[in-house]
Design a protein around this ligand. Structure first.
Ligand code: AMP
Length: 589
């Protein structure tokens, strides 16, 4: 059994390492020693996750619940917690300080629970970082195992219904009460999905390869099809390379979507490859369809199960897809009775609908444009070239079906032809075109040159909101402007890149203020720190170099285009993309 204190030591050590190679060595060594039932959960938790991506689940714990639990566990007032938060600006550090200063008042808490794994209260060998300054509470070190922390956090995610809030607080309070201040620091960060010690999927993938002596490309392959690094780690240890090769796409386990990169010009796409597969780019919502005989499940871009909201699409798929089992990829758009396009927001309304689904589906019909196939009747297609996938896709979807069709795809070596398709797409009210490599495989979760997108205006950026400012005058009691961040995927941190306060109607301002109020982590005067969860699509006139923001860039005339409810924080645009756009801007100016 691995103690959570050892996991804490691991986090402390990794945080102090600047390079990913050394991080990989350290985590690989940890994985090698981890017990069977702690192997997978260690992979999730080191990335600050509880659930593997295919589940589409998040812990979803509001900061206020955590503050309440911390306040009880530490025996200090919620106001004091807020003061600490303002001082430290970090929930981990706040937790550490709150518990370091408390005076053992919570030590009887474990009597609330029957299964507390407290048989190992030896705190032995705690030395390494020992919860520096933990004084009288340092003996708590080592009471919790990795597995127990994981199970309790999972329990928090799963509890619902009446009394759920207080149950969540109780469970967290228990975890805090049973841990040293240093352990609690990391529990808090994981609980709020803010671990951010610099370990992302790449490092976990490489660590698995190193720990169990399996080739990294096989680990990558197995991850692509299972969407679960914990499962991949377990398979690597149990069966080595053979076990990885045997991993397959499973129906009803959504696979990460393949993504597209921006291209500044159609010609640039033809410079990459001589022949290009050109398709319309529809402005709707991504939909992954899993057909399993008579049952159909539908997943959003965030891999949430949206089947319940789209019963009409289920019927359409059953009526028009002839394969018994299939995994299909496409874009759902909202249309009117005559097939004309409706605004983007309408499709999101359909995806989010939980009640009155029948009426809404009647009022806002959906058309699904299929553009890819991952699996059909026992055969995986992701390794096959786009042309083969499309051929099979066309053969299993009845032509002339209502509500669903396979996109038109044109393979050409002529940029003029692509430009014609581009104009036609724009004239028909669509976003632009996709320029795909006809011989490329389907790479789940990857954003690369095999799929390029071309849209007319200078591109927008999808950024996460990490803070805000209370407004004044007309905007009093409303969050009048928002602090935005992009993602540095090398260091696995989000970096502030600017603020936005325009493009927001009064109505939207009200609903945003309400939406964000549950995510406020700390306040300092008019400034607010917000849990990074909500993604804004931001249009701007230009990217400029700027020493004023941690990203090193600033946006000129930023404007909110829309809230990207369909995107997760993990999907925001990267610093690398900002840099690329900046370079592209220089080349075209
Ligand atoms: P973006 O959301 O701007 O990153 O653009 C990529 C998205 O365009 C994909 O995730 C799809 O949801 C959407 N899309 C629309 N039409 C297509 C198409 N023909 N092929 C691939 N993606 C498409």
């Amino acid at each position: 059994m691995t103690q959570f204190s050892e996991f804490t030591d691991l986090c402390v050590k990794i945080e102090s390492i600047p390079g990913s190679l050394e991080m990989t060595d350290v985590f690989a060594a940890f994985l090698k020693e981890a017990d069977e039932d702690e192997l997978a959960v260690s992979c999730y938790m080191i990335m600050g996750e509880i659930f593997p991506p295919w589940t589409g689940k998040k812990l979803g714990l509001g900061p206020n619940l955590l503050y309440a639990a911390l306040s009880k566990a530490a025996g200090i007032s919620p106001e004091k917690i807020q003061t600490l938060l303002r001082q430290t600006g970090d929930i981990g550090e706040t937790t550490y300080q709150a518990l370091r200063d408390e005076n053992n008042s919570q030590s009887t808490f474990s009597s609330f629970f029957t299964s507390a794994d407290d048989g190992s209260d030896d705190g032995g060998g705690a030395g390494a970082n020992g919860g520096a300054g933990a004084g009288g509470v340092s003996s708590k070190r080592g009471r919790l195992s990795v597995r127990e922390v994981y199970d309790r956090l999972k329990e928090i995610a799963d509890v619902s219904g009446k009394g759920a809030q207080s149950q969540k607080i109780k469970t967290l309070q228990f975890l805090f009460s049973e841990s040293s201040p240093e352990e609690a620091k990391y529990i808090s960060r994981i609980a709020l999905e803010e671990l951010r010690i610099g370990v992302g999927e790449g490092i976990v993938r490489d660590s698995i390869s190193k720990a169990f002596g399996v080739p990294v490309d096989l680990v990558e392959f197995a991850y692509m099809v299972t969407n679960d690094l914990g499962k991949v780690a377990a398979a690597s240890r149990a069966g080595g390379a053979d076990a990885l090769e045997m991993q397959r796409i499973q129906i009803d386990r959504p696979v990460k979507m393949m993504l597209a990169q921006v291209t500044n010009s159609i010609e640039a796409a033809f410079a990459e490859q001589s022949e290009v597969a050109v398709e319309w780019k529809f402005d709707g919502a991504r939909l992954q369809i899993h057909k399993n005989g008579d049952s159909v499940r539908l997943y959003s871009r965030r891999l949430e199960d949206v089947t319940g909201s789209l019963p009409d699409v289920v019927q359409t798929v059953l009526a028009s897809v002839t394969a018994t089992d299939a995994v299909l990829d496409g874009e759902a758009i909202a249309v009117d009775e005559n097939g004309g396009l409706r605004p983007f927001q309408d499709i999101l309304r359909r995806f989010r609908r939980k009640y009155d689904v029948e009426t809404t589906s009647h009022n806002i019909p959906i058309h699904v444009n299929l553009f890819d196939l991952l699996y059909a009747d026992g055969e995986s297609f992701i390794e096959k070239p786009l042309t083969a996938r499309r051929e099979k896709l066309s053969s299993i979807v009845k032509t002339g079906s209502k509500g669903i069709s396979v996109d038109d795809l044109t393979i050409t070596n002529d940029p003029e032809k692509a430009a014609e398709i581009y104009s036609a797409a724009l004239n028909a009210g669509h976003e632009g075109i996709m320029l795909k490599n006809p011989s490329s495989p389907y790479s789940p979760g990857k954003r690369g040159k095999n799929w390029l997108k071309k849209k007319p205006v200078m591109d927008t950026l999808d950024l996460v909101v990490i803070g805000g400012e209370w407004g004044s005058g007309k905007r009093k009691n409303k969050i009048g402007s928002y602090v935005l961040a992009c993602y540095d995927d090398v260091r696995n941190v989000s970096l502030e890149i600017g603020r936005v306060g325009t493009g927001i109607s009064d109505e939207l301002l009200d609903s945003l203020t309400e939406q964000f109020s549950g995510l406020i982590e700390a306040e300092d005067g008019v400034m607010i720190k917000i849990k990074p969860e909500i993604v804004f699509e931001i249009a701007f006139e230009e990217i400029q170099k700027s020493p004023n923001y941690p990203a090193g860039y600033a946006l000129r005339f930023p404007r909110l285009v829309r809230v990207r409810d369909d995107k997760t924080v993990e999907e925001i645009d990267t610093l690398e993309k900002v840099e690329r756009m900046y370079q592209g801007q220089k080349e075209t100016s």
